[in-house]
Design a protein around this ligand. Structure first.
Ligand SMILES: Nc1ncnc2c1ncn2[C@@H]1O[C@H](COP(=O)(O)OP(=O)(O)OP(=O)(O)O)[C@@H](O)[C@H]1O
Ligand SMILES: [Mg+2]
Length: 163
């Protein structure tokens, strides 16, 4: 896990910007540890992801990149036997704090899964806009179509099925 412990923003411009005295925006991770059962996967991760910048996490397969990302939106704890300790601030809010709402955090901090796992009973379009519809049950077909087009999604055929 030494590879993920050493997370840097690979952006020369960023290094020239003055670092804020206290990170009030973006993501700030302190002393994050994560386990799958007895498998201790992340060890004391400290990192900052600046807002409006791209931060890359690079390391060999199995070193914990996906686990770290799942810890940033409270998805890790959904795995049976998984556990996480440490602090994650998102725009200054502690996402593991006592008042944090995990469902609201998962809704607002998106992630793209490494392997697609579409709902088999839904069409391609319905899968692409499922998040939009879950967030706004009144989302019309036309607004869902527009969102799909904006994201470069499927061709909006009415019943194009997965698989
Ligand atoms: N659901 C799970 N249950 C148990 N162990 C898991 C689970 N997911 C990942 N692991 C283990 O946690 C460790 C870190 O896995 P992770 O998927 O975070 O690595 P990764 O860096 O994203 O790898 P890759 O580059 O292959 O995507 C590995 O040892 C892996 O076997
Ligand atoms: Mg991965």
């Amino acid at each position: 896990m030494s590879d993920v412990n050493d997370v840097r923003t690979n952006d020369a411009d960023l290094e020239e910007r003055e670092a804020p005295a206290a990170a009030t925006t973006g993501i700030e991770v302190s002393n994050l540890d994560a386990w799958f059962g007895s498998n201790h996967v992340l060890h004391g991760i400290d990192m900052v992801a600046q807002p409006r910048a791209v931060t890359a996490i690079i390391g060999p397969s199995g070193c914990g990149k996906s686990t770290l990302i799942r810890c940033l939106n409270r998805m890790h704890e959904e795995v049976r036997g998984a556990r996480v300790t440490g602090k994650v601030l998102f725009d200054g809010h502690e996402i593991y704090g006592p008042d944090a709402d995990p469902v609201a955090i998962r809704r607002s901090v998106g992630m793209v899964f490494q392997r697609p796992n579409p709902f088999p009973s839904m069409s391609v379009l319905e899968n692409a806009v499922a998040g939009l519809r879950l967030g706004d049950a009144s989302a019309s077909r036309s607004s869902a179509n527009a969102a799909s087009r904006r994201s470069g999604g499927p061709g909006c055929g009415p019943r194009s099925r997965i698989g």
